[in-house]
Design a protein around this ligand. Structure first.
Ligand SMILES: NC(=O)c1ccc[n+]([C@@H]2O[C@H](COP(=O)([O-])OP(=O)(O)OC[C@H]3O[C@@H](n4cnc5c(N)ncnc54)[C@H](O)[C@@H]3O)[C@@H](O)[C@H]2O)c1
Ligand SMILES: N[C@@H](CC=O)C(=O)O
Length: 497
C-alpha cells in the first residue's frame, strides 16, 4: 500500500487513512490500474492516490449491495440502530484523526473540521433513532368488511453522490437515513476529498456494519455516476453538488424512474433591516459569508443592507473582515483555508473582475497577500447590481457583495432575483417585517437573526434550482422508504370499517 508519510505521521490511528475503494466489505483496487492523485489544497503536496474502478467493478458493488439488502432489511429497526450507534461512537472516538484528515484533504481550518465531524456524526445518531419511528397508518375503511392501512418499506439500494466542501457530513446525512431505513448504500465521494469517506468505511467495518451495506466506489465521476443512475437495481439517487451536475444526473435517472433527491447550489441573500445595529449585523454577515472560505451552499452571497445603515455596516464589515487570518487549516488561529483548487481561484478572480468592470467598488481584497497559489484573500465589493456575476452566480469563494436597498418590497424582489432558492438570512427585530419577509422569500430555509440554522432535526433543502426533497429532520428518512398500502378484505364484520 502507498502511504503518505505526512498524513500517517499526523494520525493517531494511521489505519484510518485508506487508499482503496471499499466494496462488499473488501478494500479494493482498480482492475485496470487507473488511479488519481489527491493533493492538499494548502500545500499542493500529494497526500495519496485512489484507484479508479472499472464499470464491472461498479456493477459488482451493486451486486454486493443487492445481496446485503436481504439481511439488512430483515433486521429489526432497533438492531440496525445498534449498529449505527456503534458507528457513531467510533466516529466520536476518532474525531481528532478524522478532523486532521479532513483538514488536509479539504483545506478547512481544524476547528471547522472538528465541527463537521461532530455535525456529521449527529446525523447517524439522529437517524438511528428515527429508524424506529417509520410508522405506517391505519385508514378508516370505505370498503365493507376490510381493514386498510400502510406500512413503510426500505426502497432498496441507494446511490449517494457527494461534494468536496463537506466531505463527511454530506455522506452521513444521506447514509444515516438510508441505512436506518434498511437500505444499502453505494457512496461516490468527490475525487478531491475521498479520504474522509474511506475513513468512514473503515469505521463502519469496525462497527460490524455488514459487508455490502456501506460501499465507497471511486472513479471517473461522469462514468461512475452514469452507471449508478442508469442501473435499474439502484432505486434511489441522492446527490449533493452543483445544479449543473444535478440536472445531468436527474436526466440520466429518468430511464429507470428512480427516487431522486437533489441538494444543489445556493445564492443566499443576507437581508439587514433599518432597525439593526450595523455592528451586530456586520459580525453576523461576516460569519455567514466566510465559513469554509465561502465554499458553503449556505454562504451569504448577496448582502442587502438598508440604505440608512449601509455606510456604517460596510465600515464594520470591512473591519471584521480585515481581522480574518488566511492560511493552512492545520495552523492555529487560521479562519480561512485555501480554496479547493486553482480553478476555484480563477473563478473567484473572474467574478471580482467582472463586478469591478461593471461598476462595483473594491473596498478590500488584496490578492498579493495570499499565502499560496490556492488561497484567495477575502474580498469586499460594494455597489453590486443584478447584472454582475457576483449577483447571479454562486461564487463559492470568500467574495462578499453588498447592495443598498430602500424598502421591504424592493429587498424581497432583489432577494428572489435568482434561479436558486436554498437558504436566506434576515436580520431585523421588527416582527411584522420578519413575518412579511419570511413568507415572501422563495427559499427552502429562512434563518432570522441566526447564522446557525442547520442540524439533524431540521428539514434541509431548497426550492427552484436548488434541489428536490429534504434531508435530515423527521421527513429525511422518507427519501429511502416506500409506502405500501394494504387492503385486507373479506374479514367478515370489521368494527369501525
Ligand atoms: N444544497 C446542499 O445541501 C449542498 C451542500 C454542499 C454543496 N452543495 C453544492 O455543491 C457544489 C460544490 O460542490 P462540487 O463542486 O463538488 O459539485 P459538483 O457538482 O462538481 O460535484 C459533486 C459530485 O458530483 C460528481 N461529478 C462531478 N462532475 C460530474 C459529472 N459530469 N457527472 C457526474 N458526476 C459528476 C463529483 O465527482 C462529486 O462527487 C456547490 O454548488 C454547492 O452549493 C450543495
Ligand atoms: N453547510 C451546509 C452544507 C453546504 O455546503 C450544511 O450544513 O449542510
Amino acid at each position: 500500500m502507498k502511504v503518505s508519510a505526512t498524513m500517517t505521521q499526523r494520525l493517531d490511528d494511521p489505519r484510518l487513512f485508506r487508499q482503496y475503494a471499499y466494496v462488499d466489505g473488501k478494500w479494493t483496487h482498480g482492475d485496470a490500474g487507473r488511479e488519481e492523485a489527491v493533493t492538499d489544497p494548502a500545500t499542493g503536496e500529494v497526500l495519496g492516490h485512489i484507484p479508479w474502478l472499472e464499470a464491472d467493478q461498479i456493477r459488482g458493488a451493486v451486486d454486493a449491495a443487492e445481496r446485503a439488502f436481504v439481511q439488512w432489511r430483515a433486521l429489526r429497526a432497533d438492531e440496525r440502530a445498534d449498529r449505527l450507534l456503534a458507528w457513531y461512537d467510533l466516529i466520536q472516538e476518532n474525531r481528532e484523526d478524522l478532523a486532521i484528515l479532513m483538514s488536509m484533504e479539504q483545506g478547512k481550518p481544524l476547528p471547522d473540521a472538528r465541527g463537521e465531524v461532530e455535525y456529521g456524526a449527529s446525523f447517524i445518531k439522529w437517524f438511528a433513532e428515527q429508524g424506529k419511528r417509520t410508522f405506517g397508518e391505519t385508514i378508516p375503511s370505505h370498503i365493507p368488511n376490510a381493514a386498510l392501512g400502510t406500512i413503510k418499506e426500505p426502497i432498496g439500494i441507494a446511490a449517494l453522490i457527494t461534494p468536496w466542501n463537506f466531505p463527511l457530513a454530506m455522506i452521513t446525512r444521506k447514509a444515516g437515513a438510508a441505512m436506518a431505513a434498511g437500505c444499502p448504500v453505494i457512496v461516490k465521494p468527490a475525487g478531491e476529498t475521498p479520504f474522509s469517506a474511506l475513513a468512514l468505511a473503515e469505521l463502519a467495518e469496525r462497527a460490524s456494519i455488514p459487508a455490502g451495506i456501506f460501499n465507497v466506489v471511486l472513479g471517473e465521476p461522469a462514468e461512475v455516476s452514469s452507471i449508478l443512475c442508469k442501473e435499474e437495481r439502484v432505486k434511489a439517487l441522492s446527490f449533493t453538488g452543483s445544479t449543473r451536475v444535478g440536472r445531468l444526473l436527474l436526466e440520466q435517472s429518468a430511464g429507470t424512474v428512480k427516487r431522486v433527491s437533489l441538494e444543489l447550489g445556493g445564492n443566499a441573500p443576507f437581508i439587514v433591516g433599518p432597525d439593526m445595529d450595523p455592528h451586530e449585523a456586520a459580525l453576523a454577515a461576516v460569519a455567514a459569508k466566510f465559513q469554509t472560505a465561502g465554499q458553503d451552499c449556505l454562504a451569504a452571497n448577496r448582502i442587502l443592507v438598508h440604505e440608512s445603515i449601509h455606510d456604517a455596516f460596510v465600515e464594520h464589515f470591512a473591519e471584521r473582515m480585515a481581522a480574518l487570518t488566511v492560511g493552512n487549516g492545520l495552523q492555529s488561529e487560521v479562519d480561512l483555508g485555501p480554496l479547493i483548487h486553482g480553478q476555484a481561484v480563477e473563478k473567484a478572480s473572474s467574478i471580482v473582475d467582472d463586478a469591478i468592470s461593471r461598476g462595483a467598488t473594491l473596498v478590500a481584497g488584496d490578492q498579493s497577500a495570499a499565502p499560496g497559489p490556492n488561497f484567495f484573500m477575502p474580498v469586499l465589493l460594494t455597489g453590486v447590481t443584478r447584472e454582475m456575476k457576483v449577483w447571479r452566480e454562486e461564487n463559492f469563494a470568500p467574495v462578499a457583495g453588498i447592495t443598498a436597498y430602500s424598502d421591504d418590497d424592493e429587498v424581497i424582489a432583489m432577494a428572489n432575483d435568482t434561479e436558486y432558492g436554498l437558504a436566506a438570512y434576515v436580520y431585523t427585530h421588527d416582527i411584522r417585517r420578519i413575518w412579511k419577509l419570511m413568507r415572501a422569500l422563495e427559499y427552502g430555509m429562512v434563518s432570522v437573526n441566526s447564522v446557525k440554522m442547520t442540524g439533524p432535526p431540521i428539514p434541509f433543502g431548497g426550492v427552484k434550482q436548488s434541489g428536490l426533497g429534504r434531508e435530515g429532520g423527521v421527513s429525511g428518512i422518507d427519501e429511502y422508504l416506500e409506502t405500501k398500502y394494504y387492503c385486507l378484505g373479506a374479514l367478515g364484520s370489521v368494527s369501525g370499517s
